[in-house]
Write a protein that binds this ligand. Structure first.
Ligand SMILES: [Zn+2]
Length: 82
């Protein structure tokens, strides 16, 4: 879970990621990395995409996608250019 703790204008300046230990301990290390990548996507400003080929799908452990897609990286670039 990602939490915004402080913002400055449109920017999130303080944030934290909280992992559910019970949930995470039952995942493979590859799926744990997928969850961490997904949560960092939120930190960078991405929301959920209901697309099985995106790490930002609501549950990143239910498919074989474990890294951000080209479209997701472009979305982060776009967010940071605003
Ligand atoms: Zn999410």
């Amino acid at each position: 879970m990602y939490q915004r703790l402080a913002t400055s204008g449109q920017y999130v300046t303080v944030w934290r990621i909280i992992y559910n230990d019970y949930f995470m301990q039952n995942l493979s290390i590859t799926d744990q990395h997928a969850v961490a990548t997904h949560e960092f996507g939120h930190v960078l400003g991405l929301g959920h995409f209901d697309d099985p080929y995106q790490i930002m799908r609501p549950d990143p452990t239910t498919n074989w996608i474990k890294t951000p897609s080209y479209d997701e990286l472009n979305a982060v670039d776009w967010i940071n250019s605003q």
